[in-house]
Design a protein around this ligand. Structure first.
Ligand SMILES: [Zn+2]
Length: 722
């Protein structure tokens, strides 16, 4: 329809005067150069009523892939993203609280006006909220100090008081001990000094161990409570890091199945062993670095072990009396009361139905819930997601429809333990397992400067290629790729063995190839009351160009995965990465243990990957010269998509069956730094407590399991029956 030639005026477009003008010029250019036919521009997503994936339109009438990319990139708008972020972060919106509904409503309204087709999926899950907390220090000189447990200057009642979700209620009247990062090695160092933490309050600085792991270890060592602080300077000293201490992912009452609303879902009781196992045994609370300093500067006892390294809090203390680790002589009076409560979660989706292959899904996901205002975590990602939606809607108005279905996902209650995404993956396991091409996650999209990516390795190449097309947000006339390659760590793509964002269920439970993207890392206001729009404007991304870069990369990745006739997967990278993992593992193993089985499976994967590479090349060449059967392309793509599922083991990791992926997942020991082969890591941990021969055979068994998983992936990729 001709009247839809101009971008449909919406409040967003009207407020950005330069934007429609630029688009009009671009459209005129494209029209003149024959990139698309005006006859073919339709106002809405064409819905495919047939299940056929043959071409329904003449190829020449469609927007060419290059034009789609150019329009997508050129229609970015930093001030639109900024206004999205501003609206999303007007109020704190903790999952399960009334203000969270406003944020949801805003998101849905934006998506519907574009217009995109939206829907909600709701669950009823167990969340945890604080009721009351107090902390008083009693010093040896007879004075006492009541420590303020909220950030200074924050309006009371608006922001949830700092707490650890799922911490039990409890109280303690006990001396504090400083235990560094709270790892096993830190407690051993204290033991050498003759310090026993039994019956004490452990004061811990936040390191790489997840909060729940810190509390679990402290409980094992006999501590009665944990105070956890994040180090900071100046203003940041007042920030207090909220967070979850629950183990594992998803609703604690429905492990492995979806927490469907109403009475139609099985739920475990609060006293069930499986439920209790996931909650810490002792209470814990986050405190500010400032309060940690008040406590730590009053400690006696032996001096800090030298190898604990500098701590911003303890080095500040060097001219003062008391630079010991404790325990005491100060005493702490600590109480914490919490309630666990059933709450409704709402995941929201926008769906752009694929024309040729509606039953193949490319998913872009970000969580919406925040501890406080969530300007960085997670709504910098939500703002980017909304901007991608806006640009996709523009493309749709220009006649574009994706080949495969694109689904934009907005998750709820990620902060409590990836709950919204996990319940959804559990409920849709079969469909995702057979139809999901890839899941692209963005949580804290912008934390500061510098591009970072994590991915399953078959997507490495695509990420690199896409960053060559996106402008660097900070350096003129450079691409993201150029500055990324020039950075200290170079092109270094991380792997997704952690469980710290919503990719976990997709990859580790259902074997969907995944990506995680962000700009900047380790931002100082993480999970504090200061993670606000003002912080973003002042420090994180004053001009919102980094947001534009993330949205550009994220949106282009999805366009390739949704539109490329042959999926842009490259399994040689996977084989190379597995080889590196194997070599890293080999130095940790006893000589009696053989990695031969993994090595030969990797060779099979190399052969399959080489074969697939040749096949892809041939298919790409033939695609436009012959009337190549779409079915043949589809069958090839299915092998590329399903090879990742080969790494899944139906039985899952020993004792933790929910984790099915044998290459990427978290080791049971949350202090472990190993980020791959979690089953082998667990066996190595167990073996340390066994007779040598038994330990070795436990490890060897896990090595065989990994070898078989790699072989399954190779067979799926080659497509040949054995
Ligand atoms: Zn987050």
């Amino acid at each position: 329809m001709a009247q839809n030639f101009q971008p449909k005026p919406s409040p967003i477009f009207l407020s950005r005067t330069s934007f429609p003008c630029a688009v009009a010029i671009l459209l005129l250019f494209l029209a003149l150069t024959g990139y698309y036919s005006l006859r073919n521009i339709c106002p809405k997503t064409a819905s495919s009523s047939s299940s056929s994936f043959s071409h329904t339109q003449d190829d020449t009438q469609k927007l060419k892939p290059h034009a789609v990319e150019q329009i997508f990139l050129n229609s970015s708008n930093n001030s639109t993203i900024s206004s999205f972020l501003h609206s999303l972060t007007l109020k704190p919106h903790l999952a399960g609280t009334p203000p969270a509904l406003h944020t949801l409503q805003y998101l849905l309204t934006q998506l519907k006006t574009l217009p995109l087709q939206t829907h909600l999926s709701q669950y009823e899950v167990l969340l945890s909220y604080p009721l009351h907390s107090s902390l008083t220090a009693h010093f040896t000189n007879g004075t006492t100090k009541t420590l303020f447990l909220q950030e200074v200057g924050v309006p009371r009642g608006q922001i949830v008081q700092p707490y650890h979700a799922y911490s039990p209620s409890g109280s303690a009247w006990a001396p504090p001990v400083y235990v560094n990062y709270g790892r096993a090695e830190d407690y051993r160092a204290l033991e050498v000094l003759g310090v026993n933490v039994s019956g004490c309050v452990a004061v811990v600085r936040r390191g790489s161990v997840p909060r729940g792991g810190v509390v679990e270890r402290a409980a094992q060592e006999g501590a009665v409570a944990v105070l956890l602080y994040a180090e900071g300077d100046g203003e940041e000293e007042e920030g207090i890091e909220r967070g979850t201490v629950m183990e594992g992912l998803g609703d604690p009452l429905t492990p492995g199945w979806a927490a469907v609303r109403g009475t139609h879902s099985e739920r475990l009781g609060l006293e069930d062993k499986e439920v209790r196992r996931r909650f810490p045994k002792i209470p814990s609370m986050p405190i500010s670095a400032h309060n940690a300093y008040v406590i730590l500067s009053s400690l006696g006892g032996p001096r800090l072990p030298y190898n604990w390294g500098p701590s911003k809090v303890t080095t500040r203390n060097k001219d003062r009396t008391g630079s010991g680790v404790g325990p005491g002589p100060t005493l702490l009076n600590f109480t914490y009361q919490a309630e666990k409560k059933m709450a409704t979660l709402r995941n929201a989706f926008a769906v752009i139905r694929g024309v040729e292959e509606p039953d193949r899904y490319v998913l872009l996901g970000n969580h919406r819930d925040a501890w406080t205002y969530g300007a960085v975590d997670p709504n910098s990602g939500t703002a980017a997601l909304l901007d991608i939606a806006r640009r996709y809607a523009l493309l749709i108005r220009l006649g574009w429809n994706p080949r495969r279905t694109i689904i934009l996902c907005s998750w709820d209650a990620e902060e409590f333990g990836m709950i919204g995404s996990t319940e959804w993956v559990e409920q849709n396991l079969e469909n995702l397992g057979s139809k999901a091409v890839a899941y692209l996650n963005v949580d804290c999209a912008v934390q500061g400067p510098g591009f970072f990516a994590g991915a399953t390795p078959q997507l490495d190449n695509l990420i690199v290629e896409v960053t060559k097309k996106v402008n660097d947000p900070d350096l003129h006339k450079m691409t993201v790729y150029q500055t990324w390659a020039a950075a200290n760590s170079g092109i270094n793509i991380g792997r997704l063995g952690r469980v710290d964002s919503d990719f976990a269920a997709f990859l580790q439970h259902s074997g969907v190839p995944s990506i995680d993207l962000y700009y900047g890392k380790d931002f100082p206001v993480y999970h504090t009351a200061f993670d606000s729009y003002d912080w973003m404007k002042k420090y994180g991304d004053p001009l919102f160009h980094r947001h534009v870069a993330v949205a550009g990369i994220w949106g282009l990745l999805a366009l390739h995965l949704a539109d490329d006739p042959i999926l842009p997967f490259e399994y040689l990278s996977y084989a190379t990465q597995l080889q590196e993992h194997m070599e890293a593992l080999s130095v940790l193993l006893d000589t009696g243990i053989s990695l031969h089985s993994i090595n030969s499976s990797i060779q099979e994967l190399v052969d399959a990957a080489n074969g697939a590479k040749m096949e892809a090349k041939k298919l790409r060449e033939k695609k436009y010269v012959e009337d190549l059967s779409e079915l043949r392309i589809r069958a090839f793509n299915d092998r590329l998509m399903l090879a990742e599922r080969g790494f899944l083991e139906p039985e899952g990791l020993k004792g933790r069956q929910w984790f099915k992926h044998l290459i990427y997942g978290p080791p049971r020991n949350r202090e472990s730094k190993q980020s791959f082969f979690p089953g082998i890591a667990d066996a190595m941990d167990r073996a340390a407590k066994m007779k040598k021969i038994e330990g070795q055979s436990a490890i060897q068994h896990e090595i065989w399991r990994v070898a078989r998983a790699i072989q399954r992936a190779a067979i799926a990729l080659s497509g040949e029956l054995s």
